[in-house]
Design a protein around this ligand. Structure first.
Ligand code: ADP
Ligand code: MG
Length: 272
């Protein structure tokens, strides 16, 4: 069965068409790298899957049904964490506090709930974070905690929106490895958006590359080519393979890197 299906789906925000008559299908257990320049619609795509915005035309199916809010089959780590957590909070309470529904806010938490939180912490190797305050954690440790939160309730689809932002190289690799292994073991479908293709290449099955209102889904060899990316970027793109890496250039400028420089600066402020 397709976990996710876009059938000639268009998504508009205000007057702006983010996706135009886009069709693709993703199967259970696939690890999909979601790529594309800043503003190409990676976050919007995830929000549409969550049922937070509807297509203006065409259809979207998630597990064969119209997207709806609060779908327990989906775990989500949003790109921008708008709620600044109380940094004195312990890891365990942070996870418990922000979960679906009010029952988590109740002072007496059932043993079953506690076990579930412990299981999700264990899954990302973060049991040691349960008792530690957020103020005491590195960026990588907090990212693990967010991941543990997304894993609660045993989702079958994980939407991870730029989870590598503002992490140093070592933590980036850890997070990718962790998500990849976890998803394989449990046959979970992953949509993992990122600035850069290279860091994800070892983990992904296919890429969903967005740009210019369009989307291309396929293997790296199928999608990350000069003709396909030139369409998506709306300008001549060169794809250069070197040193086991793939670089995407427009007129000699590395577009993946340059596009996102200001993004990183903003994120540093967010996380400071
Ligand atoms: N709340 C919003 N109001 C107006 N425009 C928005 C809003 N959210 C996103 N957009 C626009 O939709 C497009 C896609 O944005 P987004 O999904 O955030 O892209 P990405 O995640 O790939 O950087 C951009 O042109 C952006 O400016
Ligand atoms: Mg985004």
């Amino acid at each position: 069965m397709n976990v996710l299906e876009f059938d000639h789906a268009s998504i508009r925000i205000g007057g702006h068409v983010v996706l135009a008559e886009t069709s693709f299908a993703i199967k259970q257990g696939e690890f999909i790298g979601v790529l594309g320049p800043n503003g190409s619609g990676k976050t919007t795509l995830m929000r549409s899957i969550l049922g937070l915005l509807r297509p203006s035309a065409g259809s979207i199916f998630v597990f064969g049904r119209t997207p709806r809010r609060g779908n327990a089959l989906i775990g989500y780590v949003p790109q921008v964490r708008t709620v600044a957590p109380d940094l004195r909070m312990r890891g365990f309470d942070f996870i418990a506090s922000s979960i679906r529904g009010d029952r988590w806010g109740l002072p007496t938490r059932g043993q079953a709930d506690r076990n579930m939180i412990d299981d999700s912490l264990a899954a990302v190797g973060a049991l040691d974070l349960a008792e530690r305050p957020l103020s005491d954690m590195s960026g990588g440790e907090r990212q693990r905690l967010l991941l543990a939160q997304a894993l609660l309730g045993e989702p079958k689809l994980l939407l991870l929106d730029e989870p590598l932002i503002s992490l140093d190289q070592r933590y980036q690799e850890t997070i990718i490895e962790l998500v990849g292994r976890f998803a394989r073991e449990r046959n979970i479908t992953v949509l993992f958006s990122a600035h850069e293709l290279n860091q994800l290449i070892g983990a992904l099955d296919r890429v969903l590359y967005l740009g210019n209102g369009r989307a291309a889904l396929g293997t790296v060899a199928e999608v990350v080519t000069s003709p396909v990316l030139s369409q998506l970027y709306g300008t001549d793109i060169d794809v250069v393979h070197a040193d086991g890496h793939i670089f995407v250039f427009s007129r000699g400028r590395d577009v993946e890197r340059h596009d996102h420089l200001h993004d990183h600066a903003q994120d540093r402020q967010h996380h400071a």
